[in-house]
Every structure is written in C-alpha cells, then in structure tokens.
Design a protein around this ligand. Sequence first.
Ligand SMILES: [Mn+2]
Length: 315
Amino acid sequence: MNKITINEAAAILREPGGFLILTHRRPDGDTLGSAAALCSALRRYGRAARLFPNDGVTAKYAAMVSPYMDESPAAENETVISVDIADTGLFPNGWNEPVRLAIDHHPSNSLFAQDTLLVPERAACGEIVMDLIKALCGDITSGEADLLYTALSTDCGCFQYSNTDAHAFRSAAQLLEAGADIQRLNKLLFRSSSPARLKLEGMIYSSLRSYRDNAVNIAIITRDMIASSGATEDDMDDIASLPGRVSGSRVSVTIKERTDGGSKISLRSTAAVDSSAICAVFGGGGHRMASGCEMSCPPEEAAGKILKEIERAMG
Ligand SMILES: [Mn+2]
C-alpha cells in the first residue's frame, strides 16, 4: 500500500530474521539477476536468505541462480521481498501469500505489498537493487556485479532499447568497476543461441516475404518448422523482432501457427504506422509500434488478410 524510500527499504533489510525473495512468473534476467544479487548481499550482511523456487527458470540463467534457489533451507520468520513484480498475477507458481516489501521499476505496479520501493524511471530493477546493496553493505562484490549486469543489460536489450538512458550507462560503468565479467556475460546473454533456435531462424529468414520495396516483411512460423528445428518455448524469445531486421522495414509481421491450426500474429512498426489500429481490425490491439491479434484461419490466409490491412494503412 505504502511507497517508501531507499533508506526505509534498507532499514527493512536490516531487520532480524531470514528473507525469502520472489521472482516473477516466466522469469527474465532482471528479476533473476536482481533477486540473486540481493540474496547474496543479505547473506554477506549475515542474514539467512533464499530465492523462492521458480519453475520457469531457463537454461541460460540456471547456473547463476542455483546457489540461491536450491539447497537453501527455509529460515525462521522470513521477511518476504518481491523484485521486478508489478502485480500479484505475476507471482511465481506456488506463491499466494502477502509480500512485506516490493522492489520494482514498473510504473504499473499495483502497490500489492505492505511497502513498495518503486523507481519507475530506472531501466532495470537491478539498478534499484544496486543502490540498496550499497546502502546495506557499502560495496558490491564481483559476483553481485555479474548478477546486476545481467539484470540491467537484459532489460535494456544490451543498451539498445529506448529505455536505455545515461543512468543505465553509469550503472553499467560502476558494475564494470566492481568486477562484472562483461565479455563472458555479453557472449552468454546476447551472442549465443541454441542450435534449434539458429535452425529455426534460418528457416524463418529463407521463407520471408517482402513487399513494397522491403518496407513490409512477413515471417510465417509453421508447426512443421518448429518441430523440424527442435525449437522449444525457450527458443522463441523475441522471435517477433526477426522480420523487422530487413533494412528499410517499416511494418513487420510474424505469424505463428497455433496448435489448433489458427494463427497468432505479432506486428511491429515504425511510429509512422499505427500497428495497434491494424490489429484492432481483427479484434486485437497493443501499442502503436508493437501489437498483436489472433485469427482462426491458417497462417497463409492470415498473411493475405493482414497484408491487405497494412496496404490500406500505408496508403
Ligand atoms: Mn524489469
């Protein structure tokens, strides 16, 4: 209910007893890196701390969180802290209890916790946790720097998304000075993919359809392509950004065949084209530059329908 300051949040961390830290459903680098770094700092401070188990941790992040998530017995009187969780609907599977302190950067945070440290201008929750760790311990270890760099760099797309600001670069500089191994982490997080993902990307690129001098690009991902590449849900991360990589692309469409044969459609566009208005024609919606809709027809037919609306919108 209550919004609190960084010093008030640090005071909660100094309270006696153990700490249990929650990460959000379908966890990303920000929630996992922030939670693990906070857990490490609390242990350095002399507190029993652990991460609540999250069944959605992907292979990329398993090694960095396992020292904090596994083999960590429950302590007495645990204070529950959530990181990077905007609402109770995003709690990890198996958690339905109240939260003492929420640490978050989502402007939409519903203030579900007893106290909330909310800093919406931060690109990543990891930057808020970094300030908290400095308040609690006075410094950041190289292991914590690795975890916080993971949090920050993944939430701003390796300093490429529009949320990347001067503060994000300053945070990154501090983490580098604290010993973050950015060569290893950048390779792990941004410059490596599973063979299945690469195989699927190859199929997507080689079957891409381009219109209007490459201004409109449509990718179709069939169930056959997914099966023959061996790709799993873990391999589908940010797949909707692929057709927009064609130089000169203004509207890009990714159509994924659903298990029932229907189509799930993602649209990305430059600010000049309102992609949410195009998706609204088919009962979908979203943001001006990123939106989505569903159709019960197969992908080929869906491609024709969406192309017609894109042509109309572009004039
Ligand atoms: Mn985040």
